[in-house]
Structure formats: C-alpha cells, structure tokens
Write a protein that binds this ligand. Structure first.
Ligand SMILES: Cc1cc2nc3c(=O)[nH]c(=O)nc-3n(C[C@H](O)[C@H](O)[C@H](O)COP(=O)(O)OP(=O)(O)OC[C@H]3O[C@@H](n4cnc5c(N)ncnc54)[C@H](O)[C@@H]3O)c2cc1C
Length: 363
C-alpha cells in the first residue's frame, strides 16, 4: 500500500506545533501528507503556551539530551525557514536560589552551555530589570517561539513543500481493517491513508481510546497574561520563582506564574491571578503602567507520567501517536524521528522509552 512516489500516504490528526512540524518534516522528504484539524483555536495548547524552548531537568540524562537535540534542530529550522517566529535569544533563570549553582553546573556539563552570572553582570546584560537577582543562570542557547504564529508558519512551509492542509475538519475515528490502519473518518467523509499520526494534543487520549489503546493524560490549566505593548525591554526570557516573562515581537509581554496548575476556578480567581501576575511584572521592570491586554487559560497535554507519548501504536499497523508537554521545545526532534518511523520504518531509537505501550493495552 504505497503511493507511486514510494512513500506511504500519511494523515496527521492535529495541526498544533507537533502536527505542523511533522507535516514539514514529511513534506521536506517528498512524502504525501494530509493534515486535518478541527480548527477550534481554544482547543489548541500551542496557542496558549508559554513557548519557552529549553533544556532543564538534567537529572534525566536521556530526556535532557532529547531536549538539547531539539534546541539544536530549532536553530537549523530558523536558518532554513524564512521568517520563522522563533527567537533563540537566551534565557536568564533564577528559580530556586538554593539549587541554582548545582543546576547551572549540571546544565553546562550536560551541554546546555549555561553559566552563573552575578548581579553586576545581569545589570549590564538586562538594564530593564529593576531589581536583578544576586545570581542567575544564563542559558544563551534557549529561546521562545511565538505561540500565536509558530504552528501556522510551519504549516505554510509544509504546504509550500506539498503538504495538504484541511481545516476545519473534525476527525471522528480511526479506520482500520485486519489490524492495519486504512485512514480516518471525518464529518466530511473518510480520508484514506496508510499511516495515521495522532497529534491531537489533549484529544489524543479519546481518539486512541476509541481503538482500545489506553493513554492516560492529565491536562492541568495554565493561565498566561499578555500585557499591552511596551517599548523593547529584552530579547531574552526570564524565569524566577514568582514570574516567567518574555516580550513578543509586537511589544506585548507574555507572563506566567509557574508550570503547575494556575488557580482559575472562577472568574474572580482568574481576575485575581491576572492582577497578581501583572503586579509582579510591574515590580520586575519598575513599570507601573503595565496593563492587561488579554489572558488565556489552556490545558496542557501531559501523558500521566509527564513524558511524551510518541511512536508506533502496538496492535495496529500504520498507526502512530505524538502528544506531549514541552511540545514547543520538542517539536523538531519529534518531527524528525516520527518522520523516520513513517518513511524509513526506522526503529524508535531515542524515542523508545516514550511509546504508549508503557501504559498497557494491546501488545
Ligand atoms: C500554559 C502552557 C504553558 C506551556 N509552556 C510551555 C513551554 O514553555 N515550553 C514548551 O515546550 N511547552 C510548553 N507548553 C506545552 C506545549 O504548548 C504543548 O506541549 C504543545 O503546544 C502541544 O502541541 P500539540 O501540537 O501536541 O497540541 P495542540 O497545540 O493542542 O494541537 C492539537 C490540535 O489537534 C486538533 N484536534 C484535536 N482533536 C481533533 C480531531 N478530533 N480532529 C481534528 N483535529 C483535532 C486541535 O484542533 C489542535 O489544533 C505549555 C502549554 C501550556 C498550556
């Protein structure tokens, strides 16, 4: 079941950053690929992401190496795709003062070229910070992607290389015969494919459940605030115990509190959280006039154990999955590796430990 070009017809469910990056990787290699997306912006984690491209957690060497490799690939993509909304301007991090020295050393030894910088040096690097910390980790290889534009930009690049993008199209099921995938069912009829990759973010779990594949996921909510535009403060990203912040190209600051769940159970709680985060940013930059532009509250697609769920789905030939948190960081490496599985029947390689089989289900 191969096309005349020799590569399998591939359908990707989802055009967030993971589906879009994969479409690019497949199209670049001449594959015939169709991306299907239901097109509801609020359902898209990529749009509500803080979008920091980073490698932390050096205690897990393999996962750390995966993130580093993806950062390296981002650098390549920036050179390759004109106007890609990714800025690798570095990060300054001063979370957890008690562990900062150990972390800087481990990051550096692991290959993230991080170093400790003193307050005096931070003042020189970042004059807009009103009260720089005593010490911070400077990670110059890290950066950000514009969450509003990155998936779209990758899709445009994929389409220019021959990928077909269909939206809004809701995939209602995965079609199969004799243990082999044959395509997907959509509201507008079936779409035939020899490979199907489920890259549907937090909806991935339900799509797989319908073919009896368990993928337990949690979706903690994250609130991010965008301020009204202000003059350029920095090209870097800053992360401290109380605030995560970077400045978008149009001058808006994008602010978050932490990577756990944000308190937003009611409108009042949401407004309180917005105001608290804004106030922290006002203090950080000594800018009393910082005001709210908008905020987003978005569920993070996180497989139960916190690691990506990616690779072939056992029990159904031709079905693959790619969903994860840190998808902004990990998209290029996931795209490259999954494309190799689709086109070269490659082994899972560096993704071997992230297969869905770890959650049980058909062998
Ligand atoms: C608040 C927050 C902060 C974050 N911060 C960071 C960070 O700093 N760094 C980082 O690397 N990551 C971060 N993440 C995680 C990152 O944003 C996600 O891992 C990534 O965006 C996931 O991309 P995706 O393409 O898998 O999913 P999504 O962007 O959710 O895209 C999935 C797509 O699938 C489509 N879809 C779903 N079901 C169907 C269906 N049945 N038919 C058709 N289409 C369908 C949806 O419409 C959607 O467009 C953060 C996430 C959040 C929410």
């Amino acid at each position: 079941m191969r096309t005349s070009s020799g590569s399998p017809r591939t359908a990707i469910i989802g055009s967030g950053i993971i589906g879009a990056a994969l479409a690019c990787a497949l199209a670049r290699r001449g594959a015939r690929v169709t991306v299907l997306d239901e097109g509801i912006p609020a359902n898209r984690a990529t749009r509500g992401s803080f979008a920091w491209i980073n490698a932390h957690r050096p205690e897990d060497a393999a996962y750390f190496a995966l993130r580093l490799e993806s950062m390296r690939l981002w650098r390549g993509l920036v050179g390759e795709i004109d106007g890609l909304p990714v800025r690798l301007g570095g990060a300054l991090n001063w979370e957890g003062a008690e562990k900062i020295e150990t972390l800087a050393k481990a990051l550096d030894e692991g290959g993230n070229t991080a170093r400790l910088v003193s307050r005096a040096r931070i003042r020189e690097m970042e004059p807009a910070l009103a009260a720089p910390p005593e010490v911070a980790i400077d990670a110059p290889l890290e950066g950000v992607a514009d969450p509003d534009r990155i998936a779209g930009a990758l899709l445009v690049a994929a389409a220019a290389m021959g990928a077909e993008v269909r939206a809004p199209v809701t995939v209602t099921g995965i079609a199969s015969a004799n243990g082999r995938v044959t395509g997907v069912e959509t509201g507008g009829g079936p779409v035939e494919a020899e490979r199907v990759v489920v890259a549907a973010g937090k909806a991935t779990s339900a799509l797989l459940a319908a073919v009896d594949v368990p993928l337990p996921m949690k979706t903690p909510l994250g609130l991010l605030v965008r301020t009204a535009p202000v003059p350029r403060l920095s090209q870097r990203i800053f992360t401290s115990d109380e605030l995560h912040v970077w400045q978008m190209d149009d001058g808006r600051l994008i602010l978050g509190e932490d990577f756990g769940g944000s308190p937003v159970a009611s409108d009042a709680e949401r407004a309180e959280t917005e105001e608290r985060v804004l106030e922290r940013a006002r203090r950080a930059f000594g800018m009393a006039a910082l005001s709210l532009d908008s905020s987003t509250v978005t569920g993070r697609p996180v497989p139960e154990d916190g690691y990506p769920a990616v690779g072939r789905v056992p029990g159904m030939d031709g079905l693959l999955v790619a969903t994860m948190h840190s998808g902004v960081t990990l998209a290029p490496v996931m795209a490259r590796e999954v494309a190799a599985m689709v086109l070269d029947d490659a082994e899972a390689g560096m993704l071997a430990r992230y297969g869905v089989e770890r959650f049980g289900g058909a062998a």
